[in-house]
Write a protein that binds this ligand. Structure first.
Ligand code: NAD
Length: 355
């Protein structure tokens, strides 16, 4: 079904408010999720509402929680997210990180124990809008591992996203924002909901054999697991995200001595750099633009329309979905409506928002 951005935002706000979130926080989180849909990342869009509602109702997420500063060394800050909404505590930590990077030329922000941060690009885009380069190492904990190590059979990780953004004066920032699995877990969930295969080299079944059937991960007793992207190299980056995001950023890695209560918890280590502290800002921007033009100028391979830079696909998807609407598959919508009922809303509460 096709929805307008505003409709989805209003519905998600209402559901999360009814589940116990302060309305203002619910609205910010709803906007964050719907922007992920607009950018083409349905895995991190309104389909996450049932997960957030369940975490609130199970007492595993604190929807009114703010980020708590636990250590301040000037250019280095450590926050405890205390299972607050990831988007709320994540942006609070990032806002202070930007102030410190502007003051010192560089800052490092550790954020531990946040509930799901969602699309990590939002934090990098915020830094880029302030003219800062940033990189973000994230691990995912709080439930059982779903991703095998390269060469292994037993899962040891979740999808550990990595993100890095380079600001541009024209606002068309370079934003590399990705899971370190071949596909993000949410995209496996979306494929399962739609009953379509995932791309090759994404999953293994219970016997460790390659499969494109998402049910091995998302159906009860499926027994399968996800694969890191890019053989040992993607796997290596996944390990680095676990150690920097998890062990350093949050003192909370996937090792089994740490709690697994069933909620999706993220830890993130972010490094923010002010390019003007490194060199000449205008020269940097010109060099970036010249390099990007040179990349664009590469002749496209057969079947490819245009060579792109990271961040381009999201820009064009926003344009398309803003005009055409956001398509939510029936199974995901049913799950969202069920979460609305779980949160205490009736159809007559929702109808005015949907008309
Ligand atoms: P993806 O594979 O769709 O895109 C990854 C990156 O590649 C993006 O930066 C995109 O701009 C770039 N890209 C795509 N096609 C390109 C092309 N043809 N040329 C150049 N660049 C191109 O992303 P993904 O791995 O599915 O991740 C989706 C989202 O999931 C991300 O926003 C990520 O932050 C989020 N995520 C969050 C968590 C969490 O726990 N919070 C975990 C995993 C993933």
């Amino acid at each position: 079904m096709l929805f307008k951005q505003e409709t989805l935002t209003n519905v998600a706000t209402e559901i999360m408010t009814s589940a116990g979130a302060p309305r203002e926080n619910a609205r910010i989180v709803a906007e964050h999720l719907v922007i992920a849909n607009l950018k083409g990342h349905d895995s991190h869009g309104v389909g996450m509402v049932p997960n957030y509602v369940k975490a609130m109702l199970d007492g595993l997420m604190k929807p009114a929680q703010s980020a708590q500063l636990i250590k301040d060394s000037g250019a280095v800050l450590s926050y405890d997210g205390d299972t607050g909404f990831g988007r709320i505590v994540g942006m609070q930590a990032m806002e202070e990180g930007v102030i410190r990077a502007k003051k010192h030329g560089i800052s490092c922000v550790a954020l531990g124990n946040a509930h799901h941060l969602g699309r990590i690009g939002v934090y990098a885009e915020y830094c880029a809008d302030q003219g800062l380069v940033s990189s973000h190492y994230v691990n995912v904990v709080g439930h059982h591992p779903m991703v095998i190590p390269f060469g292994g059979r037993d899962p040891r990780f979740v999808t550990n996203p990595f993100c890095c953004a380079v600001p541009r004066a024209n606002g068309e920032h370079v934003v590399l924002d990705m899971a370190t699995t071949t596909v993000a877990a949410g995209k496996v969930r979306v494929a399962y909901m739609k009953g379509v295969p995932v791309p090759p080299n994404s999953l293994v079944d219970k016997d460790g054999l390659e499969t494109q059937d998402a049910s091995v991960v998302f159906s009860k007793g499926g027994g399968g697991a996800m694969q890191p992207f890019g053989l040992h190299k993607g796997y290596g980056l996944m390990v680095i995200c676990e150690l920097l995001g998890g062990a350093l950023g949050g003192n909370f890695s996937m090792q089994p001595g740490n709690p697994r209560k069933g909620a999706t918890i993220n830890n993130m280590l972010s490094i923010l750099i002010d390019p003007s502290a490194v060199g000449n800002l205008q020269e940097f921007d010109e060099e970036v633009s010249a390099m990007i033009d040179y990349i664009y100028d590469s002749q496209p391979a057969t079947g490819v329309e245009q060579v792109l830079i990271p961040g381009d696909p999201e820009r064009s998807t926003v344009e398309q979905r803003s005009a055409e609407g956001i398509d939510i598959d029936d199974n995901s919508w049913e799950d969202i409506m069920k979460s609305a009922r779980d949160a205490g809303l009736s159809q007559s509460d929702l109808d005015p928002l949907l008309s």
